[in-house]
Design a protein around this ligand. Structure first.
Ligand SMILES: [Zn+2]
Length: 161
């Protein structure tokens, strides 16, 4: 190996070393933390306003009771050959469902909630049931008598057709 070759080799080794060193991963530079005083933009949520639960509008009415008998229904009671009690609406009278009312106050199909008695539907009407009044249907005259005449509170649940 002559001198020239030696030098060439050394230079070559140095270059290789330099190349190798420069290729080493550098210390990661500290990244500047971007402290920001800006508040993050919060998207305004538009929550649909819930309707307030409405207090039912209680109405005081005079309540009487009736049954299918002649005392309660007069001549209508005499025209039930098959024993079925049809109301003025055409629906068959049912205790726990049927009430009679003045249809100009509580239209036929009106569902009411009567305090102490529950839900009833206006299916019938009667000459004696006028204004703020209802007549509650019972199967027996005894029950109707027992109910008698009372002031009750009710509210209209819905008016069905
Ligand atoms: Zn009766």
């Amino acid at each position: 190996m002559n001198r020239r070759t030696k030098i060439t080799l050394v230079v070559f080794v140095l270059i290789m070393a330099a190349t190798f060193l420069s290729g080493l991963p550098k210390e990661p530079e500290e990244t500047e933390v971007m402290a920001t005083t800006e508040k993050p933009q919060v998207q305004e949520l538009r929550i649909a306003e819930k309707p307030e639960p409405q207090e039912p509008e209680w109405i005081e009415v005079e309540a009487t009771a009736y049954c299918p008998c002649e005392k309660c229904c007069g001549k209508w009671a005499l025209n039930r050959p098959d024993g079925i009690v049809y109301t003025a609406s055409g629906a068959i009278a049912q205790e726990g469902v049927t009430i009679a009312a003045d249809w100009s106050v509580f239209p036929v199909g009106t569902v009411v909630f009567i305090e102490g008695y529950g839900t009833r539907t206006v299916q019938d009407k009667g000459a004696a049931v006028k204004g703020n009044a209802i007549d509650i249907y019972f199967e027996s005259h005894e029950e109707a008598l027992q109910f008698g005449r009372q002031t009750v509170k009710l509210y209209v649940v819905e008016v069905t057709k």
